[in-house]
Design a binder for this molecule. Structure first.
Ligand code: OKP
Ligand code: ZN
Length: 343
């Protein structure tokens, strides 16, 4: 399958994130994409191409206009105010406070448009994030052209980014942007299956009231795990989207046997929905060796995951999300794709 990849991902290289009470080096770092790229080249998954530019319009189909202009100018404003150090938010709205007025200061707006302190904005963030979105969009174009599958090897990831907020290492929701692009170019129904360890709260929010895009997610139970405030089983969508969200939260320690059962439930729901295309938010942080996650999948299980995804028998766009066990990340992602292709 074709791999879409831009070197511009390197422009997102934050110094630190707030984790366990400390500023620690960012887990979401350029080496992640390098090791995947090298592994896919070594095993010959497919040709690698650079993404085509798609402009702002497909981003604005998913994200709020004010949010997009904030993201574009945030670094420059921060630089003037605080100098050349990563921008991190420090304050958020609490229930009973008001977010009716968008703050004027950059510090206020960082909090207004975010939900955590793990997601630094740097000089290159906007360019890296748009390159990632363009990779996902180019992958969507390939499905439209008739490819059975494509892999957007992108970072920063996207599934935590909502219509008007960033967080969880995500700025633009690459998978949602691709799903919307598929809808806008002829697909009547699109399913997004999120297999990242963390709940794809941003994707859920974006399609919450949409009956034309099914969102299905397997993830660590938010009662224990980030992002904490999204991803419970009783969140099923609203309005026209009532019933078009399916959350399958799983406990810490989940291994392949339990994971495979949930994946079968997901597959049945996706089959019933009969989409024209499937977008897979592919996180490999379900791996037992992941430094910030607590599932127990083995490298060989990712082959099985790929085969299970192929059995859904749909045009499939893989969009890279998380996975922080860098040394094994190339093998694990490569296994999903070869498991998919071999099936
Ligand atoms: C992004 B993606 C762990 C802190 C976790 C944020 C995790 C973001 C994951 N102590 N902070 O879904 O892989
Ligand atoms: Zn994750």
């Amino acid at each position: 399958m074709i791999i879409i990849h831009s070197e511009e991902h390197r422009l997102q290289s934050g110094r630190s994130e707030l984790n366990d009470g400390q500023l620690v080096p960012c887990y979401e770092k350029p080496e992640r994409a390098d090791i995947i790229r090298d592994r896919l080249a070594a095993i010959g998954v497919g040709p690698m191409v650079t993404p085509d530019p798609h402009g702002l319009e497909p981003l604005a189909r998913v994200h709020d206009a004010g949010y997009l202009s904030f993201l574009q100018s945030a670094w420059d404003e921060w630089l003037v105010e605080h100098g050349d150090w990563d921008a991190l938010p420090l304050n958020w709205v609490a229930p009973g406070m008001h977010r009716r007025v968008v703050p004027r200061s950059i510090d206020g707006r960082l909090g207004y448009y975010s939900f955590d302190a793990g997601t630094p904005i740097t000089a290159g963030t906007w360019r890296a994030a748009t390159a990632a979105a363009n990779s996902a969009l180019t992958g969507a174009d390939r499905l439209r052209a008739g490819d059975r599958s494509a892999f957007a090897l992108c970072r920063p990831p996207g599934h935590h980014a909502g219509r008007a907020y960033y967080g969880g290492y995500c700025f633009l929701n690459n998978a949602a942007i691709a799903a919307q692009s598929l809808r806008d170019n002829g697909a009547a129904r699109v399913a997004v299956l999120d297999v990242d360890y963390h709940h794809g709260n941003g994707t859920q929010e974006i399609f919450w009231e949409r009956g034309d895009v099914l969102f299905v997610s397997l993830h660590a139970d938010p009662i224990d795990e980030f992002p904490y405030f999204s991803g419970h089983a009783d969140e099923t969508g609203a309005g026209a989207g009532a019933g078009a969200t399916l959350n399958l939260p799983l406990p810490w320690g989940t291994d392949w046997a339990a994971y495979a059962e949930a994946l079968a439930v997901a597959a049945r729901r996706i089959g019933d929905f009969a989409p024209d295309a499937l977008v897979v938010s592919l996180g490999a942080d379900t791996y037992g060796g992941d430094p910030i996650s607590r599932f127990r999948l083995l490298s060989e299980d990712f082959l099985r995951m790929g085969a299970a995804l192929a059995a859904m028998n749909l045009p499939t766009l893989f969009v890279m999300e998380g996975g922080y066990a860098v040394a094994d990340l190339g093998v694990n992602v490569g296994n999903v794709l070869t498991g998919f292709e071999g099936a």
